[in-house]
Design a protein around this ligand. Structure first.
Ligand code: SF4
Length: 311
């Protein structure tokens, strides 16, 4: 049973929920899992709760290989955090670690791509040092490297996706830069990420394309053996546009966006400010841990940011 949400481990009562669920499910053959662990002591408490005695694999979302790029995307995680968590995990009995990364983030360079592999190798060395020398051969690190998909109502909503051919080149660059056989790199077909982007960025015409792709035989596209990219391209052409153009085009900061008439509460001015800060690699504090950053959600939705209990 997986407790999934956008950010499960940010729930202030997550460890308590895991404790209670595990107690309730004890002896039923059912295990509880959470998608990825936070890199702090609270995250660790949850990892221990979720894993119980079976410490096979543990997952951390690092997102970018270099500190510069982690600052661009406001991922408040340092290499030190990751290595400390690695040491803890492998000392406590874990033997496999999965790290989530993304390729194609705004401002990404080849150095940032290679940095993913370099970081994974440092994690592997740290993990090996934390275990008994006889067990070092069992230690492995998997980098699951997704393709960045720009999403509406985020500071990256104006940014087009990196074209599929260039994503493929960066994936190959990463694979070639990893030397250790104990570090595995997995990544999706960049064309399927282009469909994700299309569904995220296209306007009303997207529904005609979804139906058109279905009429052309597209089914279960998330399964690689069923993925029918040509059906999507044809369906987009039938509506008068090239799917890859919609996916890869940058919007001007003052452009009217297809989703501007909807809002989860944040102001456009806040997103524009965050976009400029991202380009300058300036981080913004998390308002659930620091002061209000003025995103507009609380006044816009007439609500208050209330955190229950210690985090
Ligand atoms: S406290 Fe509310 S308005 Fe302020 S940054 Fe957080 S969510 Fe936005």
């Amino acid at each position: 049973m997986s407790l999934t949400s956008l950010s499960t481990t940010d729930h202030s009562q997550c460890a308590e929920m895991l404790r209670r669920l595990n107690a309730r499910l004890d002896g039923t053959g059912t295990r509880v899992s959470i998608p990825s662990q936070r890199l702090d002591s609270f995250g660790f408490e949850m990892a221990v709760e979720a894993a119980g005695e079976k410490r096979g694999g543990i997952t951390f979302a690092v997102e970018a290989g270099s500190q510069r790029l982690r600052d661009v995307i406001n991922k408040n995680v340092t290499e030190q955090d990751l290595l400390a968590a690695t040491h803890n995990a492998f000392s406590l009995g874990w033997r496999r670690m999965k790290l989530y990364f993304m390729i194609g983030l705004p401002t990404e360079t080849d150095e940032d791509v290679v940095a993913i592999g370099e970081l994974a190798e440092r994690v592997l060395s740290c993990a090996r040092e934390a275990v008994d020398p006889k067990q070092r051969g069992n230690v492995s690190v998997t980098c699951s490297v997704g393709t960045f998909v720009p999403k509406s109502h985020t500071p990256f909503q104006w940014q087009g996706q990196v074209p599929a051919d260039e994503i493929r080149r960066r994936q190959q660059l990463l694979v070639a830069s990893v030397r250790s056989k104990a570090v595995r790199v997995t990544y999706p077909d960049p064309r399927s990420s282009a469909i994700d982007s299309f569904l995220s960025r296209a306007g009303r015409a997207a529904y005609e394309v979804v139906e058109g792709a279905w009429r052309r035989g597209a089914r279960f596209d998330a399964w690689s053996d069923c993925f029918a990219y040509e059906a999507w391209l044809d369906a987009a052409r039938a509506q008068g546009f090239e799917l890859e153009e919609v996916v890869c085009t940058d919007y001007d900061l003052d452009a009217r966006l297809p989703w501007d008439h909807t809002s989860p509460g944040e102001t456009k001015g806040f997103l524009q400010r965050e976009w400029r800060r991202a380009l300058a690699a300036q981080t913004t504090a998390d308002c659930t841990r620091a002061s209000c950053q003025g995103c507009g959600v609380c006044p816009g939705l007439h609500t208050h940011n209330v955190i229950v209990g210690e985090r």
